[in-house]
Write a protein that binds this ligand. Structure first.
Ligand code: PGA
Length: 253
């Protein structure tokens, strides 16, 4: 059975002390209330806090994910972080192709594909983001955009490799805007994505793939989003910065 996942993308927020406090509060909340069955929590802090997160969790409370990785093995890439480095810090997941990286850092589908390869080579599971901008939605192009992102970013993988991938559908117009996709809009695209995976890799692989929703997900709307058959959890930005809100979402399955 595919996993329900709630992943917190902290983005570029929190200093060291604040990060420590947030992790502490999440641990306390998890000691107080168990996550629903078959639910995995992933924390994706900025690079400098990955090791602290791994040490705190010891894998028993939550998994640890990075927010980005470089597409090359190693070498003269000042300021960059490789998949091998992440692996050596016991990082198990990594976000790839987030719309902010696509928009501000020129991350193309071809680069996403190379990053995914680096991660898989190092036993790290990619959380691959896709989603349309507002103009594309208004022009009815959301299915074409998502098909291109998934096909060009992921469909070079073998079925076995694809089995390691988590997908996050994040309509760009919903990220950080307070405008959430309706449960119907989310379900429609999630079912479409699962259909694409089934066409390429077969139904068994598609049924095992967790497809997360992202974009202004909060405790107040998580339940109705997660109730959809093809919505297997969320990639949470703003609401992952407060333990109480993040836990509220994690308990919404
Ligand atoms: P948001 O961000 O929850 O703040 O909208 C989601 C994301 O960008 O992953």
């Amino acid at each position: 059975m595919r996993k329900n996942i709630v992943a917190g993308n902290w983005k570029m927020n929190k200093n060291f002390e604040e990060a420590e406090e947030l992790i502490d509060n999440i641990m306390t909340a998890l000691e107080d209330k168990e996550l629903p069955e078959n639910t995995l929590m992933i924390l994706c802090p900025p690079f400098p806090y990955l090791e602290m997160c791994s040490e705190y969790s010891d894998d028993s409370y939550f998994a640890v994910g990075a927010q980005n990785v470089n597409e090359n093995d190693k070498g003269a890439y000042t300021g960059e972080v490789s998949a091998e480095m992440l692996r050596s810090l016991e990082v198990d997941y990594c976000i790839v192709g987030h719309s902010e990286r696509r928009a501000y850092y020129g991350e193309t589908d071809a680069i996403v594909a190379r990053k995914v390869d680096q991660l898989l080579k190092n036993d790290i599971r990619p959380i691959v983001c896709c989603g349309e901008v507002l103009e594309e939605r208004e022009a009815g192009k959301q299915f074409d955009v998502v098909r291109r992102q998934i096909t060009d970013g992921l469909f070079h993988l073998s079925a076995e490799q694809f089995g390691q991938v988590v997908i996050a559908y994040e309509p760009v117009w919903a990220i950080g805007t307070g405008k959430t996709a309706t449960p119907q809009q989310a379900q429609e695209i999630h079912a479409f994505i699962r259909g694409l995976i089934a066409e390429k890799y077969g139904k068994a692989v598609a049924d095992e793939t967790s497809i997360l929703y992202g974009g202004s997900c909060k405790p107040s709307n998580a339940k109705e989003l997660f109730a959809n058959p093809d919505v297997d959890g969320g990639l949470i930005g703003g609401a992952s910065l407060k333990a109480e809100d993040f836990m509220g979402i994690a308990l919404a399955f």
